[in-house]
Design a protein around this ligand. Sequence first.
Ligand code: GDP
Ligand code: MG
Length: 736
Amino acid sequence: MDETIALAGNPNSGKTTLFNELTGSRQHVGNYPGVTVEKKQGTYINNGYKLNIVDLPGTYSLTAYSLEEVVARDFLVNEKPEMVVNIVDASNLERNLYLTLQFMEIGIPVCIALNMMDVAETRGIEININKLSRLLGIPVVPTIARSGKGKKELMETVAKSIKNTNPAPLDISYGDDVDKALGEIEEKIKAKNFLTENYRARWTALKYLEKDEQILKLGQKTNPSLSKELEQIVQKVSDHLNETLDTYPEAMIADYRYGYIKSIIKQGVIRHNQDRNRLYTSDKIDKVVTNRFLGPIIMVMVLIGLYKFTFTYSEMPVGWFESFFGWLGEFAETHLAEGLLKSLIISGVIDGVGGVLGFVPLIMFMFFGISLLEDSGYLARVAYMLDRIFRFFGLHGSSVMAFIVSGGIAGGCAVPGVMATRTLKSPRERLATLLTVPFMSCAAKLPVFALLTAAFFAENEAMIMVIITLIAWLGALITAKVLRTTVIKGESTPFVMELPPYRLPTFKGLLIHTWERTWQYVKKAGTIILGISIILWAMMTFPNLPESKTKIFEQKRQTLLASAPASIANEVEAAGKDPKFSPGAMELKKQLSTIDSQEAEAALKNSIAGRFGMALEGITKLAGFDWRTNIALVGGFAAKEVVVSTLGTAYSLGEVDLEESGSLSQTLARAPGWNSLVAFSLIIFTIFYAPCFVAVVCIAREAGSWKWGAFSMAFNTALAFCLAVAVFQIGSFLGY
Ligand code: GDP
Ligand code: MG
């Protein structure tokens, strides 16, 4: 049987780096069962032994406050890995050990990888590793994950300690009062074997004292009467602590944990070699980067730089992708027999999904840039700087991260964004964040923006992207403010965030992050978007034009051919592939294809989707959208990329214009009814309108009611429509 070890530690301690070092290419990414938190798994092979390694989400604690904490804890308790390798940031020992202590309390074997030894050294922190190991009673191995230093020693130590039997779990004292209650609860738990198949009795008791929601719920379900008894004991000691010390059990427990750590560190584990007041490099950089005046300027410049970088360098490869799909379309055109299958493959699949896949290089460059900002520690500064502004609008510093995850810079997804709001403790701030994160430019909206800017604003792509971002944030903030002063009124809560030090990201790390995200995009295009594209193709194809109508077009063609001189008509009819026409035949050919286009358009209008789009046109023309756009936007409820694929299919089905076929953006730029004002109005609508189906489900689930899912659909669409109409009407009035 293979042994499993879990890598766990505070965020930014170097877990992922170490994981990549250990597993190399033998890794895969998935989700934990039932939750969309990334689960990385891999294998480490050396000298004939093999270990499964799981990278747990980074946490500071193991309470049930955030999703990450619950996931990490559940994994340890339910999957029972042989050992936890706890990555500890040596430059921040005291704070990191808080988590270590909680692993030891669970009773799972722990080994410390004392990482960032290089950082500790440059800061003049000297750690007595033997002493630390002895005092904690667990193995400690120094590492520098970034260069792979110490990984072999670490794994040897792990392999050795797995074979030794389990160490005694750590039972520390939490002060007289808590200890007494703890003992009382523990006894009752043991007597009834309450939850003991998974949890140590003392640990469950501790969780009851900490009022851990997850365990309380589980307890109430498993044995309601016992659970009630235990809660009464907790209540008693809470009241007592409140009276005597003006505190509560949870705070007491935390205090004693820190006290325990302090006492270990004070016994000569750490020695500082340099003046502690000296500013670290990170602090020096922060003096400039988070400066009141310079900070925002730098932030906007970073944003512009990122977009310029993305659009400039992705232009060529996007061109290659477009040419490739163009070639693929032509290949299918010449090699497939006429009929439904051909239409499905060309219009539904190649012109639909191809349009979405064409933007893969752009997505990749964007993700690379964002990974760079994230890995270097800059994004944390953005959250820090925006906290004050956010507070003013009724949000919270932690909302910033949710916004960024959702695509605040571009290229995220509202689903993990909605999940990220779990770190917000105030339900009202959380709801306001939940409802506004869908305005961000998620990776699915990006191809829509890219398509429209390529067609109508090709000169200023980066600038338009900056404007889109500013509009999205401004819209989100104003909406939040309105919601927080009306439907979800309430106080703001303070924000505490420690800024992680700046770090030079590794190229390997950046590539891995970029690739993981890009692959998600490709996978979605190849599965969900493909499926929806095919459905929409069918809705745009059926019912077919009735024979009475097709006859009329056929007659028109015949009349035209009959009225032309016989020699020219013959020349056109006999033409094969790539014919060289005489000027007269050219003219006739053009007139014929006009009839073909009219027929194709009549067929599209006659289809289910076409009728639907036409029915909406009455209102949507106020915003400048024609029936084809309406089909695309309705499809976009399923997933925003579908706006692009549907426009691709719609114009592909309608298009018979042989000489001028090109990429979708070229088609749009030429198509009647389109201009830069319509494009801008559509961009505005796309920013704000209803979140995609999956996001709505998530919002409803996280907000705890379908009411809020329905609200975000209706409210966002109404808001989007009003804004698009305003843009289009004012623009038209000004003569654009
Ligand atoms: P995680 O959040 O715990 O997964 O942390 P990461 O693995 O993403 O690492 C955070 C940052 O620390 C990255 O920029 C790494 O390159 C950097 N890093 C990781 N280990 C070390 C180390 O031992 N020394 C130094 N100087 N940097 C490290
Ligand atoms: Mg990580």
